[in-house]
Design a protein around this ligand. Structure first.
Ligand code: ASN
Ligand code: ZN
Length: 329
């Protein structure tokens, strides 16, 4: 047993945050024994197999300086993101870690050279975060951490194949939970939204209310959707989820303006995030399988809504209306 120490982190994207550590000799080590032992390691611009990755250790329990120039800072963001995601799945869904076994996962920061991405390695069970172009912009925002860890949850449950429509559902699941983690975390430096990667660039990478705003993603199901990259066919799932939770039309949340259309022109009234996230989680963890497509996702979410609220409920009927709205029959 290692006692939990509550340290202070100066993150790059989420302001001043709490990070847990353990004591090792005279130093503190960035390891969160309150959350399954989530721990951050320094890949020092290498990839797994290229030597060992040291833990982050420090003579004081204050970490990072809020800037990408200090290697510890990315570790703070990664540790905070893993903690916020852990807390979301535990308190909202009763899930204890990615595999629901109470065990944390390692995060590798400064991964690879100039890697303009982050990823979840489902075979080796770790998250990796690159430092971006010129190793100058760590890919470590809260939504990215939550997106990657949610790939772990999907991998441990539905196991959606990462191609075709099942791949789109895998990506949508990660974007959906990334958004819900932001709403749960209530971090004043990163107000919650239905955008993905809004902190990292001039524009968000994805928009859930109207996915085609990014210039590439699909708003509605069409024949041939399965030929798109999963990050684009995810648009249909993201759009469904936005309609289910928030409804169609114009809406402002935390200062961000949304305007969500439906294919059939019919109005959808949202059931709220609290019901929507429970339906999606139950659908992914209890009903979706590796080959589930959008039609299958419709039936999986309807079964989840039936279990949770009954077939006569407004929640059940709104699941139908939201799928109709994105042309999934
Ligand atoms: N960050 C990306 C993702 O999680 C990495 C990838 O494309 N596999 O989807
Ligand atoms: Zn992804």
């Amino acid at each position: 047993y290692e006692a939990v120490h509550s340290g202070t982190g100066n993150s790059q994207w989420s302001g001043k945050v709490k990070v847990n550590s353990v004591k090792s000799g005279k130093n503190f080590v960035l390891k969160d024994t309150a959350r399954g032992g989530n721990q951050v390691f320094n890949a020092r611009h290498k990839v797994i197999g290229q030597g060992t990755f040291p833990a982050f250790s420090n003579p004081t329990d204050t970490w990072g300086n809020g800037k990408g120039s200090m290697p510890q800072t990315a570790a703070v963001d990664a540790q905070y993101g893993a903690a916020a995601t852990w807390d979301y799945f535990k308190s909202v869904h009763g899930r204890k870690g990615i595999r629901n076994d109470g065990k944390g996962a390692p995060s590798y920061v400064h991964y690879d050279d100039n890697m303009d991405n982050a990823f979840w390695d489902n075979d080796n069970f770790f998250m990796a975060y690159g430092d971006g172009p010129g190793n100058k912009r760590p890919f470590t925002s809260l939504d990215v951490a939550a997106h990657e860890m949610s790939h772990g949850v999907t991998g441990a449950t539905a196991g959606l194949y990462y191609y075709g429509e099942s791949g789109g559902l895998d990506e949508a699941t990660s974007d959906i939970f990334a958004a819900m983690v932001e709403f749960h975390a209530k971090n004043p430096k990163d107000p919650a939204d239905y955008l993905f990667m809004e902190k990292l660039g001039a524009k968000p990478e994805r928009y859930m209310d109207k996915p085609s705003k990014d210039g590439h993603s699909a708003d509605y199901w069409f024949k041939g959707l399965d030929d798109l990259d999963p990050h684009l066919s995810s648009g249909v799932g993201n759009h469904f989820y936005y309609l289910l939770a928030e409804g169609s039309g114009a809406k402002t949340i935390n200062g961000v303006k949304y305007n969500s259309p439906t294919k059939n022109g019919k109005k959808v009234t949202g059931i709220g995030r609290g019901a929507a996230e429970k339906i999606w989680y139950k659908a992914v963890t209890a009903y979706m399988t590796s080959t589930t497509n959008y039609k299958g996702a419709r039936s999986a979410t309807l079964k989840a809504a039936r279990d949770l609220y009954g077939t006569k409920s407004v929640q059940y009927k709104t699941v139908q209306a939201a799928w109709d709205g994105v042309n999934v029959k």
